[in-house]
Design a protein around this ligand. Structure first.
Ligand code: SF4
Ligand code: SF4
Length: 356
């Protein structure tokens, strides 16, 4: 029996041993690439080598049977090498054009859509949700699956004015990041404190230090050391909940979804931008979150119809202006859209540079 594989605690494994031989051989030596059809990339190396990459959508949270099925397809229809993109799509590389169509046919017959390239709505990058993280207010992965089921056509076709990158986050810490459209949980009430547990579970100074608006103070409650929250100051961010679970902020009624638009991470072609809130108070309604899908589809429809070719979501809004955006998407403009919190000017990181 072979020895068990021991974990290596040094980050992700080196990519080269797992890379398709044509990619490895021509690393840094590519002449050009094109897209013969949505979901297929074609790279040509300076020495004439060619490789086709077929991209398929997955539901990301996969059982072992699905993963085995995807690997069997790699062995039988591709050349035994795959990679997962940052948006949980799977890519198969083949070095002969004749293998592309049978591979596509097999993937489609097993229910995996081909697409996510160019000006499509690619898979939504999302956070862990109920399966992995310990503080989520909703299931980002589930909301994504429900939404991508409805955006199937937009994934398999490149019909958007420019690429559309969407993200979701299941708490307000937002490890999901910025997006053309971002779907984030939004707590609307301050945390409820279970005073019996605070002294046993929480390191009170670190919880006090964690609050971005200094709304938490140490307090004695019923003769026990505990904490109190100044509810007028609290911005319901949820940052106190991870280090102190007795400060419960998740609530089936008051934890809502909010939708933000116009964010962009990259420096490519235009500078990065922050996304802005356009819809708030959307019910957190599993397992299909239909209210979230309805708002996202309205925004995508308006963008698809009204934006000029190659305009990214933020550029489209810059050109037409916010009043027109709200008109076209038929979203109500409310007082919650006005950001009058002056503290953000000094507290929030307002540049694209990483600081340590
Ligand atoms: S968004 Fe929040 S709850 Fe969701 S995985 Fe990230 S840190 Fe955890
Ligand atoms: S939810 Fe945020 S603002 Fe409110 S008390 Fe906790 S850390 Fe402070």
């Amino acid at each position: 029996m072979s020895a068990p594989r021991m974990p290596i605690e040094s980050g992700v494994p080196e990519a080269f041993p797992y890379m398709h031989p044509v990619l490895k051989k021509n690393y840094g030596q590519w002449k050009y690439h094109d897209r013969p059809r949505p979901g297929v990339l074609h790279h040509v190396a300076k020495n004439g080598d060619e490789v086709w990459t077929v991209r398929a959508g997955t539901q990301r949270q996969m059982d072992t049977y699905t993963i085995r099925k995807l690997m069997d397809i790699a062995d039988e229809f591709a050349e035994g090498h795959v990679r997962f993109t940052i948006r949980s799509n799977i890519e198969y590389m083949v070095s002969e054009e004749s293998k592309v169509q049978p591979l596509i046919d097999k993937l489609q017959s097993e229910g995996f859509p081909i697409g996510g390239t160019g000006n499509s709505v690619s898979m939504i990058s999302h956070t862990q949700g109920w399966l992995h993280c310990d503080i989520p207010g909703t299931d980002a992965s589930g909301a994504v699956k429900a939404l991508m089921d409805e955006l199937y056509h937009e994934f398999t076709h490149e019909e958007m004015p420019n690429r559309v990158r969407m993200t979701t986050s299941c708490c307000q810490i937002n490890c999901g990041g910025q997006g053309d459209i971002a779907i984030n949980i939004q707590h609307t009430k301050p945390p409820k404190i279970n005073h019996d547990l605070v002294a046993n579970v929480c390191e009170r100074p670190s919880v006090v230090a964690r609050c971005p608006v200094a709304a938490i103070r140490p307090a004695m409650v019923n003769g026990k050391p505990s904490l109190e929250v100044d509810e007028k100051k609290c911005i319901c961010c949820g940052a106190c909940f991870p280090p102190c679970p007795p400060m419960q902020i998740n609530d089936p009624e008051h934890s809502k979804f909010a939708i933000w638009v116009g964010g962009k991470n990259s420096n490519a072609r235009s500078k990065p931008t922050f996304h802005k809130l356009v819809a708030a108070g959307i019910p957190n309604n599993p397992p299909r979150w239909p209210e979230v899908s309805a708002v996202v589809k309205k925004i995508l429809d308006a963008y698809k119809k009204d934006a000029k070719e190659w305009e990214r979501m933020n550029e489209w809004i810059d050109r037409i202006g916010w009043p027109r955006f709200f008109e076209l998407t038929e979203l109500p403009f409310t007082k919650y859209h006005i950001d009058n919190w002056r503290g953000s000017r000094v507290n929030l990181n307002a540049s694209a540079h990483i600081r340590f």
